[in-house]
Design a protein around this ligand. Sequence first.
Ligand code: ADP
Ligand code: MG
Length: 348
Amino acid sequence: MSEVTLGIIGGGQLGSMLAIAAKKLNIKTVIFCDDINAPAENFCNNFVSGNYDDKKKILEFINQVDLVTYEFENIPFETLNEIQKLKPVLPKPSINRIIQHRLAEKDFVNKLNIRTTRYVSIEKKSDIDALEDFLPGILKTTTLGYDGKGQYPINSSNELGSLNIDFSKGFILEKLVKLKKEISIIITRFGNNKYEIYEPIENTHEDQILKYSKIPADIDEKIFNQSRDWAILIAEELKYIGTLCVEFFIDRNDNLYVNEIAPRVHNSGHLTINAYNVSQFENHVRAVCGLNQIPLKKISNAKMTNILGDQITHYRETQNFKQNEFFFDYLKKEIKEKRKMGHITTLI
Ligand code: ADP
Ligand code: MG
């Protein structure tokens, strides 16, 4: 397999870490990204820049690779579908199409008899009038949201008057869950009933952005098992190949809900790089490239802290990290407020 070249769409920190994992496996990578300054350029063998609907640039990209995967879900379905006519795309574009749309995603999960938050489709402002039942809630764009972007908390329907948003874009209103905790499960599926699953990770968000992740999660056995079972069911049902993350809510009565699915490697799994024998990134590359499956072994408990915005300056200047601390700088050229700039994993 040493001749395989993997194409990765998206050149952020996840693309970088996929490229680093691929290199370790002797797999070459070509990254395609719409940002000419994408950090993953530092880690891949070749880099092509262009818009995600630029047919000419995409052709230039796929001519250099044997198969294509992606680091984020918001790639136009048409683009992935066109690529698929020429080279294999994993996970399959049809899976991405479901998951990139919050409504289709939640409908899919509910059909499996898995609990989600209560939700309703909103196509125009007046749709919300009769929905006191879903309030307090969060109005979310059905597509293109991440790190809390495109989300509007709504406590009562009279708050809507002041909302200046274009409802034609498609929204979903979700009932607010009284959160006790958030966890995620990362699973890499290689084929029918063949998967590697990481233990539940406990996540803490600040301003809807992930701030801390840790293992073990402080949860009871029932939630531990149910979250695993649901993640396995979702991955099997999608016939998924590669690494997938399921984000969960736990409410104050210990009910478990699926919040959302990420058809890709996930920020909460960064600690798998140092805490497991095989990281979520390596497992993703192994699964999509058809390499062998290695049984997962935890090496250590761990805690990961995201470094946002100008917090990175302090870490960049720090020389003396402790032996159990692993600092990752995503090498993003521009520091922006709340932008994920790096992370630090501490083995505990
Ligand atoms: P994103 O795509 O931005 O990650 P999420 O739907 O995962 O969007 O929301 C980000 C965070 O906002 C969640 O992890 C959670 O902390 C909070 N949140 C979102 N929806 C709800 C909800 N219905 N009830 C309670 N908290 C929520
Ligand atoms: Mg989320």
